[in-house]
Each structure stands twice: as C-alpha cells, then as structure tokens.
Design a protein around this ligand. Structure first.
Ligand code: MN
Length: 237
C-alpha cells in the first residue's frame, strides 16, 4: 500500500484513502486527512478527530496523550514491523484483521491490527459535543432497549462486566437488530458478522489516570456525555 503522501500526490480524497486502508467504516470525523508525517509504514496512524484536550473533563488530555500517542501508535508501529515482507504487507487493515482472526501463528499480527482498528473506531465513537440519536437509529434503540436509558444500562453493564481488558460495543446484527456485546483484549465484532456502531474502550489505559479503578464511573461519563450519535447513525446505515 502507498503512503498517505502518495495518495495526496494522486489527489485521492480522504474517503478514498480510508477505503484503501480498510477504514471506510470510520471515514467520517477524522479531521484533516491525509496529514503529512503521520504514515510510518503501510498502515497509518489516523489523526485524532479532535484536540487531545477536547474530551476533558470526562477524559483528560493526559489520558489521550498516552492512549493515542503511545498505545494506539504502538499498535500501528508493531503491526507495520510484523507485516513487513510478509504476504500481508500490502493488505488493508480490515483484510489483515479478518485474515488473521483465530489463526494460531498469526496472533501477534491479529492483536496489533485489531487494536489499530478498534482504537480508530473508538476515537470516532466519541464526540466532545455529545448529543442524542434520532430518526431510524433512535427507533431501533427504542425497539431493542426500550429507549436510551435501557441502552445506556445495557452498554454500561456489559462494558463494566468485561473481565480484564476489552471493549464494550453497540452493534447491529445481520438483520439490523441492535444489541450490546463485549470483546476481550483485541477481539472485534467485525470478525463475528456484526456491524459495530459505537465502542467504549475498557482497557485500564483508557481510564486509569482519570478514574483509577472506577471503570463504572468512566463508562457512565462516556455514555452520558461523549457518544458520537451521528457516527453511530452513519455506521447503522
Ligand atoms: Mn485502548
């Protein structure tokens, strides 16, 4: 795959580039793209869709600085080292995730690739302005959870209940029905026939500087104040 600067020279749009990178599902809200100097290899670290301080006080700039600048970047750097010179070197991120899921000798590649995908999806699941769902998505939430209070309780319970590191997700199944699921470690619903709409990272690195052991307080604050409902609606389709 070409670097982001190659795409810029060819005049491709940001959406084209994200589609090529396997990130078409998270093509919105990523801010200026491509940004020079970000791509260190075939898989790029997408820019944050907002400033590092934009989610405070729910999530501090210090947490975002480590989480995006060290953890997310680390997964990108590890992935690029692991795929260099292999048959996955030119694959899209989503192709890498799906090709390595459940493959015993590809665990390290899967873990890093899925963490890159999940983190990009997480940043886009958050919106400093918050908001509320509307239209078709709001109707689907009513049908599945009896309304927003029911959705928040379900998503909070499943996110807090994930034992150890992982993720809480709002997803649509093959019939378009909404549900909440949790995944451990790097696991991701895109390998399970599910369409993610939103996610909450419940690895300790997502909240420990701000909330220490109080995962439930972090999840509650994210659900109340930061979910990006326009991103969810676009994912729902
Ligand atoms: Mn994380």
């Amino acid at each position: 795959m070409s670097s982001s600067s190659d795409h810029a020279r060819r005049g491709l749009t940001r959406r084209d580039f994200l589609a090529a990178a396997g990130l078409a599902g998270v093509a919105v809200g990523l801010g200026a793209w491509p940004r020079a100097g970000r791509a260190a290899g075939p898989i790029a670290l997408p820019p944050l869709p907002y400033d590092e301080s934009a989610l405070a006080p729910v999530i501090s700039a210090q947490t975002i600085g480590f989480h995006y600048g060290k953890h997310h970047k680390g997964y990108v750097d590890n992935l690029n080292k692991l795929i260099q010179g292999t048959d996955l070197a030119d694959a899209s991120l989503e192709q890498i995730v799906k090709a390595t899921a459940g493959v015993a000798d590809k665990t390290a590649i899967f873990n890093n690739a899925a963490q890159v995908w999940n983190h990009t999806f997480y940043w886009n699941s958050l919106d400093p302005a918050g908001g509320a769902p509307s239209g078709r998505l709001a109707s689907a939430i009513d049908a599945a959870f009896g309304g927003m209070d029911g959705l928040k309780k379900a998503l909070k319970d499943i996110s807090v209940g994930q034992f150890g590191s992982g993720w809480g997700w709002l997803v649509a199944d093959a019939e378009g029905k909404l549900k909440v699921v949790k995944t451990p470690n790097a696991e991701t619903p895109i390998t399970q026939g599910l369409k993610p709409l939103l996610t909450v990272d419940v690895w300790e690195h997502a909240y420990y500087l701000d909330y220490q052991n109080r995962r439930a307080d972090y999840v509650q604050a994210v659900l109340d104040k930061l979910l990006n409902w326009s991103f969810a609606a676009r994912n729902y389709g």
